[in-house]
Design a protein around this ligand. Structure first.
Ligand SMILES: Nc1nc2c(c(=O)[nH]1)N=C([C@H](O)[C@H](O)COP(=O)(O)OP(=O)(O)OP(=O)(O)O)CN2
Ligand SMILES: [Zn+2]
Length: 139
C-alpha cells in the first residue's frame, strides 16, 4: 500500500447554530486540511510511472477545494434569516452556504467527497480547526 499526503488550508468564519457555548457566535479559524491518497500499486508506464498520482495533481486538488471555502462566511443552510443573508451579500461579503453544520467532522466529509468526485483515490481527510482539535473522515 502506498500513500500520498497533500496539505492545504483555508481561513474563514463560521458559527455553530444551536451550540450551547461560545461557538454559537461568529468566529474564525485557519482550518488545516490534510488529505491522504492511497493505492496498492504504482502506475506502470507513461509520465506518471512509479507514482500513485502526480503530487502536483493532489496538491492542486486540495488547493482547489480549500480555495472554494477560503475567506468566506461558512453558513449552514437555513440558519440565517434570508434578510440577513441579503444584507451580508449587499455588503459584498462572500458566503458559502453548506447543507450541513460546519463542524470539523462535516467539513472533512465535504472535502473527502469533493476529492473523490474529482476521481482521486482519497482514503482519508483530516481537518484541524485549531492545533489541538482534529477530525478525520474515512469512507
Ligand atoms: N466535535 C466537534 N466539537 C466542536 C467543534 C467541531 O467542529 N467538532 N467545533 C467547535 C467550534 O467551532 C469552536 O470554534 C471550537 O472551540 P474550542 O474547542 O473552544 O477551541 P478553542 O481553540 O477556541 O478553545 P480555547 O480553549 O478557548 O482556546 C466546538 N466543538
Ligand atoms: Zn469554530
Amino acid at each position: 500500500m502506498y500513500e500520498l499526503i497533500a496539505e492545504g488550508h483555508f481561513d474563514s468564519a463560521h458559527f455553530l447554530h444551536g451550540y450551547d457555548g461560545k461557538c454559537e457566535n461568529l468566529h474564525g479559524h485557519r482550518w488545516r486540511v490534510v488529505a491522504t491518497f492511497g493505492a496498492d500499486s504504482l502506475v506502470e508506464d507513461g509520465d506518471m510511472r512509479d507514482m500513485v498520482v502526480d503530487f502536483s495533481v493532489v496538491k492542486g486538488a486540495v488547493a482547489e477545494v480549500c480555495d472554494s471555502l477560503d475567506h468566506t462566511l461558512l453558513v449552514e443552510e437555513g440558519t440565517l434569516a434570508p434578510a440577513t443573508v441579503a444584507a451580508l451579500e449587499a455588503e459584498t461579503f462572500s458566503l458559502t452556504v453548506l447543507p450541513f453544520r460546519t463542524t470539523a467532522e462535516n467539513l472533512a466529509r465535504h472535502v473527502f467527497g469533493e476529492l473523490r468526485a474529482m476521481g482521486l483515490p482519497v482514503t482519508a481527510v483530516e481537518v484541524d480547526e485549531t492545533p489541538n482539535n482534529r477530525a478525520v473522515c474515512r469512507p
